[in-house]
Design a protein around this ligand. Structure first.
Ligand code: CIR
Length: 248
């Protein structure tokens, strides 16, 4: 991870990052999730950010072609891991398409795809063709600040999103009838909703308090070393829901 792509100059503390990753995995397991941890890939310093390498849509898994060439070697191990589960039909993305999973936000039966520097129209097109077979509609969202769409917005529920309004205009979501909660800190816009339990970065204490005041149950995880690597909470995992249920 020391050599990963990032904008911050601040040194990374690898031992702390390892402890934080273990804490993330433990938090998900305590919430009843079955978690498979993939082996580290020494030649891929960004491999911990697995969310970018695949998009899971029901029984379909789309292996992405990550926008950063330096990250393309990561997909092989994720493809193998997904194939091993025997739960997915594996679909591929080929050049010139490129897409990072961090740009794909599912809210109910909608997929929002961020047009960030990592994702292009061919990538969106590839995803949209697969998504329609899953009954999902796809629409793009401009990403003018931050790395990915999900750096600035995630779903709290099937009709509610949390947005960092400093980075992303919340109005398109409101216009679609979605409820928008404003995150109080940048790291607060990327949360993992598991029913009424919300996993949030400990770097977003005010956002967590705000969500708690709405009656949600909050689980805080320390992730500052991953934020220094431009990573958010969701990008450390790929989630799949039980048949007939929804998972963000
Ligand atoms: C990158 O620049 O690709 C990594 N250092 C961070 C990726 C974070 N991914 C995500 O938020 N989905």
């Amino acid at each position: 991870m020391q050599q990963c792509l990032r904008t911050s100059q601040q040194p990374l503390d690898l031992a702390r990052a390892r402890r934080q990753h273990a804490g993330y995995v433990a938090a998900l397991r305590e919430l009843g999730l079955e978690v498979e941890v993939l082996p580290a890939l020494d030649i891929c310093p960004d491999a911990v950010f697995v969310e970018d390498t695949a998009v899971l849509l029901g029984r379909r898994a789309l292996i992405t072609r990550p926008g950063a060439p330096a990250r393309r070697a990561e997909v092989a191990s994720v493809r193998e891991a997904l194939a091993r589960t025997n739960q997915f039909d594996i679909h591929e993305m080929t050049a010139p398409a490129r897409l990072d999973g961090g740009d794909v936000l599912r809210v109910g039966s909608r997929l929002f795809v961020g047009m960030s520097a990592r994702t292009n129209a061919d990538g969106v097109d590839r995803l949209a063709k697969l998504a329609v077979r899953e009954g999902l509609s796809t629409q793009t969202v401009a990403v003018d600040a931050g790395l990915h769409l999900k750096s600035a917005v995630t779903a709290i529920a099937e009709t509610t999103v949390i947005v960092d309004a400093q980075q992303l205009d919340p109005r398109p979501f409101q216009q679609l009838g979605l409820e928008v909660i404003e995150a109080q800190e940048p790291a607060g816009a990327n949360v993992l909703a598991l029913g009424s339990t919300i996993v949030v970065s400990a770097s977003a204490p005010q956002t967590a308090a705000h969500l708690e005041a709405r009656g949600l149950c909050l689980v805080r995880v320390e992730l500052d070393q991953f934020h220094l690597a431009d990573g958010a909470l969701t990008c450390l995992s790929l989630r799949t829901a039980a048949a007939g249920t929804w998972c963000c």
